[in-house]
Design a protein around this ligand. Structure first.
Ligand code: ADP
Ligand code: TYD
Length: 247
C-alpha cells in the first residue's frame, strides 16, 4: 500500500494541479457521454495483498488529477473514522474473529464509507478511485474463508453499498508467490503480518481464483491487468483502458 495516502479518503481539487478549465469541461462531458447511466465514474482496484494495486491506484489518481475536475481516493477497509477503527479490529493479529463476523465487519466499514464519503462526493460529480471495494469481500470472505457463495455475497453487498457499484474494476493479477516476495521486501519494513496476511498461501490461492472467476463472469466491468511487469508497464496497461473510457 502506498504509504503517502494511508488512513485517509483523499480529495484532490484540481486547483492544486495547474488546472485547465477547458480540460475539465472536456473530461466531464466525455465521462457523461461514455457512461450509460450519466454518472461520473467509480473505478475500483482489486487483487491479492502485494499485487501492486495501491501503487497503481495512486498512480492513476496522480494522472487523472491533472485532467479531471475532482478525484477522491478511498481505501478499504477505512476512509472514515469509524471505518478506520473497524480496520484496526479487523487487522489486529491478536484477535480471533469468526469468518461471518469478519464479513459483517468489512461490510460495516464499507457501509459507513459509502454513506459518509462516497455518496456525497458522487452526488457532486467527479471520479472516485476505490482501493478495494465489495469484490474484496466476495473474494476474501467468500472464496478465501468460505462464509457464503459468491451470488449471496454479491446480493448482500448491493444492500451494503446502497447500490453504489463501480463502473470499472481493475483486477491486478499476479501469482501468490510473486505477491509474497513483494510483501516481504516492501520498503524494508519490519513489521508483523496483519491478521489477514497471516491467512497463508492456500487462502490467497483461493482468493486469487475467486477474483479471476468474478472477472470472467463480468467482463463488462472487470479488466484483468497482468501485474507481473514493472510499475510503469502495469500503469500503461491501466491507462490505455482508462483513456478509452474517458475520451
Ligand atoms: P497492494 O496494495 O496490492 O498490497 P502495493 O501497491 O502496496 O500492493 O505493493 C506491494 C509492494 O510491491 C510495494 O513494496 C510496492 O512498492 C511493490 N510493487 C508494486 N508494484 C510493483 C511492480 N509492478 N513490480 C515490483 N514491485 C512492485
Ligand atoms: P491492507 O493492508 O489494506 O492490504 P492491501 O494493501 O493488500 O489492500 O489490508 C486489508 C486486508 O483486508 C487485505 O488482506 C484484504 C482484506 N480485506 C478483506 O478480507 N475483505 C474486504 O472486504 C476488504 C475490503 C479487505
Amino acid at each position: 500500500m502506498c504509504r503517502l495516502y494511508e488512513n485517509q479518503a483523499i480529495l484532490c481539487s484540481v486547483s492544486l494541479y495547474n488546472y485547465d478549465k477547458n480540460v475539465d469541461y472536456r473530461v466531464s462531458t466525455a465521462l457523461k457521454d461514455s457512461n450509460q447511466q450519466g454518472r461520473d465514474m467509480i473505478i475500483s482496484f482489486e487483487g491479492i495483498d502485494g499485487s501492486g494495486k495501491s501503487t497503481q491506484a495512486h498512480r492513476l489518481m496522480a494522472r487523472l488529477s491533472r485532467e479531471a475536475k475532482e478525484i477522491m481516493y478511498v481505501r478499504e477497509p477505512g476512509g472514515t473514522e469509524v471505518s478506520e477503527r473497524i480496520r484496526d479490529v479487523l487487522l489486529d493479529p491478536g484477535l480471533t474473529i469468526f469468518p461471518f463476523a469478519e464479513m459483517l465487519l468489512f461490510s460495516a466499514a464499507r457501509s459507513q464509507l459509502v454513506q459518509e464519503k462516497i455518496k456525497p462526493f458522487h452526488a457532486r460529480g467527479g471520479i472516485i478511485i476505490c482501493d478495494r471495494f465489495f469484490d474484496s469481500t466476495v473474494a476474501y470472505q467468500g472464496g478465501g474463508r468460505g462464509v457464503a457463495d459468491a451470488d449471496w455475497l454479491e446480493s448482500f453487498q448491493r444492500t451494503v453499498t446502497a447500490g453504489v457499484w463501480p463502473d470499472r474494476t481493475y483486477l491486478v493479477d499476479i501469482t501468490v508467490t510473486e505477491a509474497t516476495k513483494r510483501l516481504a521486501s516492501r520498503s524494508g519494513e519490519k513489521r508483523l503480518a496483519d491478521r489477514m496476511e497471516q491467512a497463508g498461501g492456500p487462502f490467497f490461492e483461493r482468493v486469487r481464483a475467486t477474483y479471476l472467476s468474478l472477472a470472467e463472469k463480468d467482463p463488462k466491468r472487470y479488466v484483468v491487468i497482468d501485474g507481473s511487469g514493472s510499475e510503469d508497464e502495469v500503469e500503461s496497461q491501466i491507462w490505455k483502458d482508462v483513456s478509452s473510457l474517458l475520451y
